[in-house]
Design a protein. Structure first.
Length: 282
């Protein structure tokens, strides 16, 4: 289905109790009407609860990681730090591929020691509740295989394990132009591949096909691209453009991240870095 035909169901940002009540009412109506609206595929929300309403026993729930399931606790190692590092290289004339390649060694080093936290307190408990119902859940991330082990540790630190109800317990590579990896219930598609282009071959490899997919991601582009890929195969799809990161208290600061990088062996908190910077330590 082409992007211009996609029906945007709802956009909500809480501005008080009235908005919260209206959000609940609108999502209830949307849930009832969704099966009757052939083009209804994408919702936009800052709340995981709004996505959960569309998940039934035949649904696979695909979960993005950075700025969706979690974010770094400090500036250095935050996804926005990586995007900023890329942007600096793009401004120097590098191509996108060159910028990613040049930024990634630093990303690998930071992820090895980078603690993370959920964007919403309800996010991980909601996933666990779905697993207890037997719902298939897997991670779907643009992270590269080189940070797979660090990523698994970060997810585990939140008290969660995708493998519990993942569609496959195996570990394997999905053939693609750029390296991929499926490990511990997380599909690492790499920055250079589209998520849909890797997810469909993944389904072929495990010889399974979900009746319905709900995919949550903080990038609208990713949500729309997976919609396009699945629409060709008759798989019912609900894309959730998840905007919680836009309403969260900012963690990333370039100045703080650059200071923290000097102490990379053990990433310090934003608070500690700011205190040392204020006292002139360089």
């Amino acid at each position: 289905m082409p992007n211009h035909a996609t029906l945007r169901l709802l956009k909500v940002v809480d501005k008080g109790d009235t908005t919260i009540m209206l959000r609940k009412l609108l999502f209830t109506l949307t849930t009832l009407l969704l099966p009757l609206i052939g083009e209804a595929r994408i919702i936009e929300t800052a709340h995981i609860a709004d996505a959960i309403q569309f998940i039934d026993e035949e649904t696979w729930f695909l979960v993005d990681l950075d700025n969706t399931m979690f974010e770094a606790k400090q500036a250095l190692g935050h996804a926005n730090w990586f995007y900023d590092e890329m942007q600096k290289r793009l401004q120097k004339g590098m191509s996108r591929e060159e910028a990613i390649r040049d930024s990634y060694p630093g990303w690998i080093k930071t992820q090895q020691v980078c603690p993370v936290k959920p964007l919403e307190e309800d996010f991980v408990p909601s996933l666990i509740a779905l697993q207890n119902r037997g719902i298939v859940i897997m991670g779907l991330t643009h992270r590269q295989p080189s940070v797979a082990q660090s990523t698994v540790h970060q997810v585990a630190s939140l008290g969660f394990d995708f493998l519990k109800t993942a569609p496959s317990k195996d570990s394997f590579v999905v053939p693609a132009t750029s390296p991929t990896l499926y490990l511990q219930g997380i599909l690492f598609v790499s920055d250079y591949n589209k998520k849909g282009d890797i997810f469909l071959p993944f389904l072929s490899m495990i010889k399974q096909s979900p009746k319905k997919v709900v995919f949550i991601d903080d990038k609208r582009k990713n949500v729309e691209e997976l919609e396009q890929a699945l629409s060709k195969y008759g798989i019912e799809y609900i894309g959730v453009y998840y905007t919680a990161i836009e309403h969260a208290k900012p963690v990333y600061s370039r100045e703080v991240a650059e200071f923290q990088y000097k102490f990379l062996d053990k990433i310090m908190s934003n608070e500690a870095a700011t205190l040392l910077m204020e006292h002139g330590l360089e």
